[in-house]
Every structure is written in structure tokens, then in C-alpha cells.
Ligand binder design. Structure first.
Ligand code: UT7
Length: 329
């Protein structure tokens, strides 16, 4: 009997309408459009504005669009897993809330937190439920309202992040397409370079933590940059080597969008030309768990059945990973 694989049978994205440009950031902190463009490649990012709107609202928009375009009825979905570092609340899981808002009445749901590698880890986890034959329709959501944990008085971080959501439908196939191989890694000793200092069980919220601005992203940019360049490039090269894939075999690299210089270094290491790299960091910035589905959504029309695609990410934790996908439609 041929092997059951998890194929991607649809992708959809959603970004909030408000656009925060580098020019506007110049009026908020001491920075310049030139610095941001040359150091990161980011020109603008979308921000979710409005009272009472959280990560689940963006995730729900992405899921609704995905259901509609794939002709999937909400009640047919077996499982939804949400990758996020900005859950609506500590509990319940944002996946539960997205399922409620989109009418997934027969699905169970939960969240995964693996910082910027969360989408990859979630896709790997979801694929196993499909490959074992356990479930037939599984939705992976990557959604983050990064503006809710961004300190807009800190020029080191506020220029980097944006808000967005993306959703991916996985279904079983016996064809030679879908999730073909994956690698994931973590190193928790890197936790202090990129984290939120307070708000968890280690340092619960208090007046002092609020006054010390500890409920925002803290990042030591340079060490994270060095780890990201090495790990993302290594893990992308490794998945190619162990599957005997050459640069010519690859149709697209889909990198996590944290910094254009990290993306370029990864592509160079793989020997893949720029024309084969999905890049939209200029318009969205780093949307954490949404970067990869947003790329797939924007490039969906260009993709053909059988295309070899490498997804790659690096994030806080540290976490990293790569997935080889054969496009299924
Ligand atoms: O997605 C999860 C993983 N995260 C990443 O992969 C991010 C990895 N890190 C990076 O992408 C880069 O380190 C940053 C984009 C965050 C920073 O770029 P950098 O080239 O590493 O700059 P730097 O932190 O070394 O700062 C260089 C200078 C400093 O000034 P001095 O000390 O040289 O006078 C900073 O204070 O640039 C200054 N600076 C800024 N200047 C203008 C930092 N942020 C800004 C800013 N505008 N927004």
C-alpha cells in the first residue's frame, strides 16, 4: 500500500488594513527609513487597530477565507492547531477561540508556542495526525498581533514587527506530494537573547513589571542575528542534502521573514537564486507565526503541482526548522 502523506490543499492570509510606514516610525522613535531598509529590508508593516480585537480575530479571518476558497464546510474540519506567541489570553487556547468564531463545531483545537518557528513546528505536528490516517481535514493557523507586545518607545524592536494571520489546510493523499520531510531543533539556553521578561509564572505581572516595561519583546539583536544566519542556513542545506535535492530541484525557498540579510544568507548557502526566494518582509515586517503562510498565499498562483519547496525558520527559544514540501495543486 502506498504511503499516506499530508498534502497542503489550500492557503489563505489576512492582514489588517492599517499600514505603519517607516516614515511614521521616524516620528515615534529616533530612526530613519534608510536605517530600517538597509538593516532589515522592511518598508512597512500592518497593525491591528481597534478595541477588543486580538490574534483570534485575524486567525478567524484567515480560516474563513480558507474554508471558502477550498469549499470546506466548517463541520468537516477535524482539528485546528494555532501557532502563536500572542494568544488572546494565557488560557484558553487561541485555537479554541478561532474554532468558535469560525463554526468548527466538530474540531478539537490547541495552540503551539515555538516563537518564530511555531508555524513550522505546528505544520510538522499537524502532518502526523494526517499521515497516521487519524484525521482527514486539519487546519494550521499562524497568527500574531505582535503590536500587542511591541514597545513603541524602543527603536531596537518596534521597527521589526507587524500583525497578520495565515491558514493552511492539510488533507491526506497517496500521491507523491505533500510534506515529504522535516527537521526541527531547539536550544533553550538561548532563551535570554529573545523573550518577554514578565507576565509568565516566573515573573507574574505587577506594577513593577509594568513600570519596567517588561511586558514587551526583549531582543539582543546581534547574537540572535548570528544564530539565525547559521541555523536557518544549516537546516535548509541539511534537508536538501539528506533528500539528494540540488538547487536546480528547488522551485522556491520560503524563509521566515525576520531580516532580509538572514534570508539572503540562507539562499546563498542553498545555492538558490533570488528569483526563487519568497520575500515580502518589505510590506509586512516580521509577523512571527504568519510569515510563512503569508508567503505561500501571495505566491499561490505561481506554484505548480510537484514543485519542490523548502520552508525554513529560526526564532526565540532558540528554535529552528525546515520542511520539504512537494506542492499538491
Ligand atoms: O524572528 C525571530 C528571530 N529574530 C531575528 O532573526 C532578528 C535578528 N537580528 C536582527 O535582525 C538585527 O540584529 C537587527 C535588525 C535587530 C539589528 O540590526 P544590527 O545590524 O544587528 O544592528 P545593531 O543592533 O548592532 O545596532 C547597530 C546600531 C546601534 O548603534 P551604535 O551602538 O552602533 O551607535 C543601535 O543603537 O544601530 C542602532 N539602532 C538603530 N538606529 C536607527 C538600533 N535600532 C535602530 C533603529 N534606527 N531602529
Amino acid at each position: 500500500m502506498s504511503k499516506l502523506r499530508a498534502k497542503i490543499s489550500g492557503v489563505h492570509g489576512w492582514v489588517p488594513p492599517y499600514i505603519l510606514t517607516n516614515k511614521e516610525l521616524e516620528t515615534m522613535v529616533e530612526t530613519t527609513d534608510e536605517w530600517i531598509m538597509t538593516r532589515t529590508g522592511i518598508r512597512e508593516r500592518h497593525i491591528l487597530k481597534g478595541e477588543g480585537l486580538g490574534t483570534s480575530d485575524m486567525g478567524a479571518e484567515a480560516v474563513k477565507g480558507l474554508l471558502e476558497k477550498t469549499g470546506t464546510k466548517p463541520e468537516e474540519v477535524d482539528l485546528l492547531i494555532c501557532a502563536t506567541v500572542t494568544p488572546d489570553m494565557t488560557f484558553p487556547a487561541t485555537g479554541n477561540i478561532i474554532s468558535d468564531k469560525t463554526g468548527l463545531c466538530n474540531a478539537f483545537s490547541f495552540d503551539i508556542n515555538a516563537a518564530c518557528s511555531g508555524l513550522l513546528f505546528t505544520l510538522i505536528t499537524a502532518s502526523k495526525y494526517v499521515e497516521t490516517g487519524m484525521y482527514k481535514k486539519v487546519i494550521v493557523v499562524g497568527a500574531d498581533k505582535m503590536s500587542s507586545i511591541t514597545d513603541y518607545t524602543s527603536r531596537e524592536t518596534c521597527v521589526l514587527f507587524g500583525d497578520a494571520a495565515g491558514a493552511i489546510l492539510l488533507e491526506p493523499t497517496t500521491e507523491d506530494v505533500g510534506i515529504m520531510d522535516s527537521i526541527a531543533g531547539t536550544d533553550g539556553s538561548g532563551r535570554n537573547y529573545l523573550h518577554m521578561k514578565a507576565g509568565g509564572s516566573l515573573k507574574p505581572p505587577s506594577h513593577e513589571t509594568v513600570d519596567a516595561r517588561e511586558h514587551f519583546i526583549f531582543q539582543e539583536g546581534q547574537p540572535v542575528f548570528k544564530f539565525a544566519v547559521t541555523r536557518m542556513a544549516d537546516v535548509s542545506a541539511e534537508i536538501m542534502e539528506r533528500n539528494n535535492l540540488t538547487a536546480d530541484d528547488i522551485s522556491y525557498l520560503v524563509p521566515h521573514q525576520a531580516n532580509l540579510r538572514i534570508i539572503d544568507a540562507t539562499a546563498r548557502r542553498m545555492g538558490v537564486g533570488k528569483e526563487k526566494v519568497m520575500i515580502n518582509i518589505d510590506r509586512y515586517g516580521n509577523t512571527t507565526d504568519a510569515t510563512i503562510p503569508l508567503c505561500l498565499w501571495e505566491w499561490e498562483d505561481k506554484l505548480k503541482k510537484g514543485d519542490n519547496i523548502i520552508l525554513a525558520a529560526f526564532g526565540g527559544g532558540f528554535t529552528w526548522g525546515s520542511i520539504w514540501v512537494k506542492w499538491a495543486y
